[in-house]
Design a protein around this ligand. Sequence first.
Ligand SMILES: Cc1cc2nc3c(=O)[nH]c(=O)nc-3n(C[C@H](O)[C@H](O)[C@H](O)COP(=O)(O)OP(=O)(O)OC[C@H]3O[C@@H](n4cnc5c(N)ncnc54)[C@H](O)[C@@H]3O)c2cc1C
Ligand code: SF4
Length: 328
Amino acid sequence: MQAFDYVRARSIDEAVLNLREPSTRCLAGGTNLLDLMKGDIETPVRIVDINRLPLNEIVPTADGGLRIGALVRNSDLANHRYVRERYPLLSRALLAGASPQLRNMATVGGNLLQRTRCYYFYDTAYAACNKRRPGSGCAAREGYNRIHAIFGASPQCVATNPSDMSVALLALDAFVDVRSARGSRRIPLTDFHRLPGSTPERDTNLDRDELIVGVILPPSRFGGRVDYLKVRDRASYAFALVSVATGLRVVDGRVADARVTLGGVAHKPWRAEAAERALIGRPLNNETIAAASDAAVVGAIPLRDNAFKVDLARRTVARSLRNAGAVA
Ligand SMILES: Cc1cc2nc3c(=O)[nH]c(=O)nc-3n(C[C@H](O)[C@H](O)[C@H](O)COP(=O)(O)OP(=O)(O)OC[C@H]3O[C@@H](n4cnc5c(N)ncnc54)[C@H](O)[C@@H]3O)c2cc1C
Ligand code: SF4
């Protein structure tokens, strides 16, 4: 690990002032950042410890939504009574991630910014990784790519985003509140993570000098008709091969509103809008579920080792829709 300066921020203003210096990183739970630093994949010159900042509250908003501080730990969020009652989808997605110990440390901000689990990104013995070293190539494209993307990849990078929480936040139309010395802004989750394109070193549209201060959830419109289904190699403590978050609103026997989002399939949490269109206005029966799950995988482009993900995604969407809609 490379030597670095350590600063403990006592206020949000102090944290964002520190972030103006290039090569500065925030330290939240440290469950991803420290691994990356130990492997010399991230080599910040300065670390700003943000753990003492007043960003660990979960507060209902006047419109019936929820404001979640960036430092709220994943386990606290998953087990919060309001979240379990009003946003069970988020609670289930969080509990599907990592292990209890990791969830006790991991924060909302850090979870949003966790980096890909591409083997070649973590293994510096491989020189070719455009995400780690821009312009060096992509070892995964022609290498072992079983866990990689089937949607939205580019010749430069085929990595996937590993966050479970972000898949649920996308289905819930969340926003990310950020602050910098230049001011504040609110980023819809749909615009937060990026596709790799020709700049895979950038995972998100957060600028280098911006601090995540929280996440805003609009009022939940799906009630209990939600599901988070994660398929992985082990029953726990494993990243998703494919995951699906589903939210449905059914009025007079027909789907009035739907969200179907996928994890483990793209460089960002992936919204299956074609599947949503196949659901809206129709009764939730076997025929509609088949049409929606087929629509969810239109446009998928598998790599050498991950063609299985296309069928897996289709079946996982179908099962998640059945779970959410209580269709036998
Ligand atoms: C063995 C293992 C298994 C895991 N399994 C899963 C899984 O199944 N599903 C899943 O979703 N995740 C999984 N994770 C990942 C885990 O959820 C993340 O490591 C965690 O959410 C990161 O949060 P953190 O607070 O520890 O972030 P940190 O490691 O502290 O930070 C991560 C990044 O975010 C930046 N950052 C943090 N907070 C802020 C902020 N407020 N503003 C700006 N930048 C910030 C940091 O500078 C750093 O770049 C696993 C991790 C491990 C080690
Ligand atoms: S898929 Fe992306 S992260 Fe993995 S080796 Fe290629 S460039 Fe690097």
